[in-house]
Ligand binder design. Structure first.
Ligand code: COA
Length: 333
């Protein structure tokens, strides 16, 4: 809480996924892999893939509209839109286009990139704006279409990713802060473990002046290093947020980690002594949807009536950067 006593509550959640499904069986027709290998090493069975008619903006706008409708708030009431994504339609940003698509005419809108940690980072930015009294209603979207950036000949990474979008509406409240704690981290020393990078080549422009002209290369990943990083850093950051919020592990109702790999979810839960029934997992159906994975799973479990008002949820994101972070929220008003 700030001195003014303003806190944050989440008043609505929504999500959207493409209808096309790519199964492990189909993947084994593209690269040398098998359903058995993918299932045992990752827990993923299928993923959703956007077709050419879909855009990051359209998917994100659909999730945003669902969240607004659940929150029963008009788009004009939104003050700020934060779009967490690494796969924007436009390098200048896609948030403004979403603002127009959903009719949030008053809102300021910007993109935020922190890969698979993006949603947790964006939620923390929203909390800061709300607690400072700058904005009252903030739409936070996590959306990614990684299928467009995957190297479909690299069996070590193409099996992991899928497309999706999720969104939440955050609102200022003076009746108790529901954003209990948050911690964010970055470590550029391990930046080369997971990249979707621009590679430039020398291009003569005029006289002796040259520019670096090039293009983005598909995702490269050191899976083992990312795995090690996740199971070391995620439990650590969760312990830190629990300490900050003055909560014990037993007081957590749900552990909602970025949906990267079932083995990572299991290892983190085991390290923290959190029983499997408290671990939210939907990666079997969607794979790793990057910034979308946490709000997508949150929305699904609210619709299934599993997450109930008052429940304490630990969210943790981790991924390229490397970046990682955790937040504790309490569901409901
Ligand atoms: N199908 C079949 N075999 C595969 C394969 C695939 N899709 N991908 C790799 N293999 C092979 C490897 O070539 C290797 O063969 P070898 O022993 O003959 O050399 C063997 O399987 C084991 O590979 P390894 O890399 O040790 O597997 P792993 O158990 O570490 O699992 C990942 C690989 C990618 C699933 C795992 O490291 C992981 O999930 N890492 C985290 C990645 C992640 O979450 N990234 C996103 C973070 S946001």
């Amino acid at each position: 809480m700030t001195q003014a006593g303003v806190g944050l509550k989440i008043i609505g959640c929504g999500s959207a996924t493409p209808t096309q499904i790519l199964t492990n069986e189909q993947l084994s027709q593209i690269v040398d892999t098998s359903d058995e290998w993918i299932t045992t090493r990752t827990g993923i069975s299928q993923r959703r893939i956007a077709d050419a008619s879909q855009s990051l903006t359209s998917l994100a706008a659909k999730a945003a509209q669902a969240a607004l409708s659940k929150a029963q708030i008009s788009p004009e009431a939104i003050d700020l839109i934060i779009l967490a994504t690494s796969t924007t339609d436009d390098l200048f940003g896609s948030a403004s286009k979403i603002q127009t698509l959903i009719g949030a005419n008053r809102a300021v809108a910007f993109d935020l990139t922190a890969a698979c940690s993006g949603f947790v980072f964006a939620l923390n930015v929203a909390a800061s704006f709300i607690r400072s009294g700058t904005y009252e209603n903030i739409l936070v979207i996590g959306a990614d279409i990684l299928s467009r950036w995957v190297d479909w000949s690299d069996r070590t990474s193409c099996i992991l990713f899928g497309d999706g979008a999720g969104a939440v509406v955050c609102q200022a409240t003076k009746q108790g802060d529901r954003f209990l704690a948050c911690e964010l981290y970055s470590d550029g020393c391990q930046n080369n473990c997971l990249n979707l990078s621009y590679q430039s080549e020398s291009y003569p422009l005029v006289d002796s002046l040259e520019i670096g002209k090039g293009h983005f290369h598909p995702i490269t990943m050191n899976g083992k290093e990312v795995y090690r990083f996740a199971i070391a850093k995620v439990p650590e950051v969760i312990e830190k947020v629990l300490f900050k919020a003055n909560l014990k592990v037993e007081e957590i109702d749900w552990l909602l980690l970025h949906q990267a790999n079932q083995r990572i979810l299991d290892a983190v839960a085991e390290k923290l002594n959190i029983p499997p029934e408290k671990v939210i997992s939907n990666l079997k159906k969607y794979g790793n949807t990057s910034a979308a994975s946490i709000p997508l799973a949150l929305d699904e479990n609210i619709r299934l009536n599993k997450i109930k008002p008052g429940d304490v949820i630990v969210l943790a994101g981790f991924g390229a950067g490397l970046t990682w972070g955790a937040a504790i929220i309490q569901w409901g008003e």
